[in-house]
Ligand binder design. Structure first.
Ligand code: SF4
Length: 377
């Protein structure tokens, strides 16, 4: 596998836990579908950028444009087994929409100046390689010498030539003590580092959630981020050939990684974490092992496994379309991105042994497993 020249500030924190999850070839990054919350976040970022750039079409104002574009984009996603809103959860759905709407209205011009680019996300624009710092929404920042390339949510320049980098955050900005989550400023800080190196202009770094938080950008932060960047890049020489397993580290952070089914390190190490007494956080809701039995349960399947950690595991509510009904006992089967009804607090410490796809009972409002994948090698 070849290490890419450019790394993205938006994935930099992931490099600190597992480098492979970031530098794996693009084709592998879509092995599993995006999680519903991540998909929804991407969609809202697009709506905010369109409204902020004034691409409202015939909408009379920014609020109407926000609603129209959001509706169009969510309709595109809702062709599957369950609407995105149900997969995300209604409370989180409406909270995030309200937050994104406030960002969009704050950035919007006074009138429409173009048509929304509704197909923008599917026609992935080519990534530039030349040095640049754009202004506006989804602004490219490309710093070849520092090997950083990404699109900041928004870059503004004021009358004093100060550049303000804004990153929109739909998740929490602060921990339970009210302090800023330490890693949360890394992305915006790396953009500031690049801007400083390219333009020499003064920079301000801002995170926008429910509140606007200015992240300190001073000589000390500059120095520590520069050191972090240099340390990290030194382990990933550009265009070098590396063995995937030499840069992979499995753990609870694998939850955010979409290449799990193709990652040998994860497949080798995850079972030990399922039964580890002390791990910091929950492993992904995946399981694999040897079939013990497959039973029909109404119009779904119930599968019993001896999993790779030696546990007895049950998976219910599986669609017949997975074709598991004729698999003989003893054959291996792999499930990725299941759901569980076991208590969340419990599953933060202990990997569940009861999983499901569809929830039991037609009237249940619990969500299906979004993006479930089943493999029978
Ligand atoms: S599955 Fe885990 S170990 Fe494998 S690349 Fe992803 S984060 Fe790294």
């Amino acid at each position: 596998m070849q290490v890419p020249h450019f790394l993205s500030p938006s994935r930099f924190v992931d490099l600190l836990t597992c480098k492979l999850s970031v530098v794996a070839p693009h084709a592998l990054q879509g092995t599993l579908p995006a999680a519903p919350a991540a998909l929804f976040g991407t969609l809202l970022h697009r709506v905010v950028a369109e409204v902020g750039d004034g691409r409202w079409g015939a909408a009379p104002d920014a609020g109407a444009a926000f609603d129209n574009i959001l509706k169009t984009l969510t309709t595109e996603h809702d062709g599957g087994a369950q609407p995105l809103s149900a997969a995300v959860g209604l409370q989180r759905w409406f909270t995030r929409i309200a937050r994104a709407r406030a960002w969009a209205l704050r950035d919007a011009p006074t009138r429409s100046c173009g048509e929304p680019r509704l197909r923008y996300g599917t026609e992935a624009p080519a990534s530039p390689s030349e040095t640049r710092v754009d202004r506006g929404n989804e602004a490219w920042i490309v710093w070849p010498e520092g090997r950083l390339r990404g699109r900041a949510d928004r870059v503004e320049e004021d009358a004093t030539r100060k550049l303000r980098v804004i990153e929109n955050k739909s998740g929490a900005l602060r921990d339970r003590t009210g302090a800023l989550i330490p890693e949360i400023g890394v992305q915006v800080g790396l953009y500031a580092l690049a801007i400083d190196a390219i333009t020499g202009q003064p920079v301000e770094t801002v995170l926008r959630g429910d509140e606007l938080v200015e992240v300190p950008w001073d000589a000390k932060t500059h120095e520590s981020l520069q050191a972090l960047l240099e340390r990290t890049l030194a382990t990933l020489p550009p265009d070098a050939a590396v063995a995937a397993e030499s840069i992979a580290v499995a753990g609870p952070h694998c939850r955010r990684c979409r290449i799990r089914p193709a990652c040998r390190t994860y497949l080798r190490d995850a079972p030990a974490y399922w039964v580890a007494q002390s791990i910091n956080g929950r492993m992904p809701l995946d399981v694999w092992g040897a079939i013990r039995s497959v039973q029909k349960d109404g119009d779904a399947l119930r599968v019993e496994l001896r999993d790779a950690a030696g546990r007895f595991v049950v998976i219910t509510g599986l669609d017949l379309d997975w074709g598991l009904q004729d698999i003989p006992a003893g054959d291996p089967v792999y499930f990725f991105a299941l759901e569980t009804d076991q208590q969340r607090q419990h599953t933060e410490r202990v990997q569940p042994s009861n999983f499901r796809d569809a929830p039991p009972g037609g009237g249940s409002n619990r969500r299906r497993a979004f993006g479930l994948r089943v493999y029978t090698p």
